[in-house]
Design a protein around this ligand. Structure first.
Ligand code: SF4
Length: 213
């Protein structure tokens, strides 16, 4: 991250979903490049606890928080697709609320840091720490080789806080309609899009643009 900041300066930014596993990256940003913009995608579907946790972490680490939102009005979406798009077509919902707004924001940056780890999903196993893209900023994954155990060791060592819903079984927290708690022994992301053939929002694997359909 120091390399990214020294190389790209204000043309480097990080993104975070502000959940428990995000805290080490945010802590490291506060220690190494505290002025780096940290983007948070506000989909309008977050748990209130996530927004509270985000604000607490922003204050605690004095983060340069940037809120990213879709420019598409909710009323326009409902008129076009009806209620509950996240149930009928979660890929399209993620594209509209996450992928497209992030692409627009990212077009102004040359380096994009995110806290993805190889041990989170099958798709992420094939990522590299530095991922050039055909268009858009260089993707930088400083935590790619961290394990879940190392994340927790870091959290314990620095006495960092957990997301308020973590103790209720929400080991990975996304939008409220698409997140449920996990049961004992389940994978930490088992509660994301549970029961659907979907494991990623598309930010880190390039979700197909199917908004034309
Ligand atoms: S996680 Fe669910 S609610 Fe959030 S943008 Fe994706 S489909 Fe929509």
């Amino acid at each position: 991250m120091q390399w990214a900041w020294q190389t790209y300066g204000h043309k480097a930014a990080a993104s975070s979903s502000f959940q428990t596993q995000s805290v080490p990256l945010l802590h490291l940003i506060s220690q190494t490049c505290p002025k780096m913009p940290v983007m948070f995608l506000d989909t309008g579907f977050h748990f209130p606890e996530t927004l509270t946790f985000r604000d607490e972490l922003q204050a605690r680490f004095n983060l340069n928080l940037v809120i990213v939102r879709s420019t598409v009005e909710k009323s326009q979406l409902i008129a076009q697709y009806g209620e509950g798009l996240y149930r009928r077509d979660p890929d399209l919902c993620c594209y509209i609320h996450k992928v497209e707004p992030m692409q627009k924001t990212n077009s102004g940056f040359q380096g994009w840091i995110s806290g993805v780890r190889r041990d989170q999903t099958t798709n992420r196993q094939g990522l590299s720490i530095l991922e050039p893209q055909d268009t858009g900023p260089l993707r930088i994954h400083p935590m790619l080789n961290w394990t879940k155990k190392e994340v927790w060791e870091y959290i314990d060592r620095h006495q960092l806080p957990a997301h308020p819903l973590f103790s209720n079984g929400y080991l990975s927290v996304g939008c409220a309609p698409c997140t449920r708690p996990v049961f004992s022994g389940q994978d930490e992301r088992a509660g994301r899009w549970a029961g659907q053939d979907k494991a990623e929002c598309g930010l880190h694997i390039g979700l197909k643009n199917n908004t034309e359909g």
